[in-house]
Design a protein around this ligand. Structure first.
Ligand code: ADP
Ligand code: MG
Length: 238
């Protein structure tokens, strides 16, 4: 069963007298374990689609199923629970809380999981900080970390709740190429070792080339799609 199913989703934003059609009749199914990139120019609807999949925003028409559950009919409390237990979100600008240490940032979403004891929370924080290579940086605040390290903290935070699906909106856009590549490699490793599904957006061709599946968007629509074989052939030819 698909972990994400987007069915004929449209999103319209009122903008003064006008209406912006951010998504037009978008359908997409994502299988568990996918490493999927959404590519497209600025304004093509990538963030809107990720926000709707991530239950941060709601569609104007159509429906979204996460793990087979239709999220459109859910109350804000139920949505918060889906977000807390199934999804992790990684943002272009990292979105760490500046007054909290790396450890506290990773622990923060775990506070919503009432069944975890303090000791269990601490254990998870240590485990995921270690996984992203930041075991020694737990007490550092975001402004004491580099961009790449901040994004690693955000990845640990996204995984700590045992998310099966991680959504990443242009996760490398604020990083230099080398650091961006290492962040993508970390995501790939987690994808292949833990089976975590990743859906990420980008407009960087190097990042697109690392996906197993690539969906091209333009003007609120999905234009076409490529799979790993075609992507590798394209890269080899380039
Ligand atoms: P991308 O992430 O691909 O750059 P977005 O999903 O952010 O694209 O935006 C798609 C379109 O929707 C753009 O035309 C953008 O201006 C518009 N849009 C996005 N969010 C809003 C909003 N909150 N209000 C009005 N228009 C919006
Ligand atoms: Mg965007």
């Amino acid at each position: 069963m698909a972990i994400v199913k987007v069915e004929k989703v449209s999103k319209r934003y009122p903008l003064g007298e006008q209406v912006v059609e951010a998504l037009r009749d978008v359908s997409l199914a994502v299988e568990p374990g996918a490493f999927l990139a959404i590519a497209g120019p600025s304004g093509s609807g990538k963030s809107t689609l990720l926000n709707i999949i991530g239950c941060i925003d709601t569609p104007s028409a159509g429906r979204v199923l996460i793990d087979g559950q239709d999220v459109s009919g859910k109350t804000p409390d139920q949505l918060a629970d889906v977000r807390a237990r199934t999804l992790g979100f990684i943002f272009q600008t990292f979105n760490l809380l500046p007054v909290l240490s790396a450890e506290e940032n990773v622990e923060y979403p775990l506070l919503q999981l009432r069944e975890l004891s303090r000791a269990e929370r601490r254990e998870r924080v240590a485990h995921y900080l270690d996984m992203v290579g930041l075991a020694r940086y737990g007490s550092h605040r975001p402004n004491q970390l580099s961009g790449g390290q901040r994004q690693r903290v955000a990845i640990a935070r996204a995984l700590a709740t045992h998310s099966r699906l991680v959504l990443a909106d242009e996760p490398t856009a604020n990083l230099d190429r080398e650091t961006g590549r290492s962040i993508l490699e970390l995501m790939q490793r987690i994808n292949s070792q833990a089976g975590t599904t990743f859906v990420f957006s980008t407009h960087d061709s190097h990042v697109m080339a690392m996906a197993d599946r690539l969906v091209h968007m333009e003007d609120g629509r999905i234009l076409r799609e490529e799979t790993a074989g075609a992507l590798q052939a394209e890269e080899a030819g380039a």
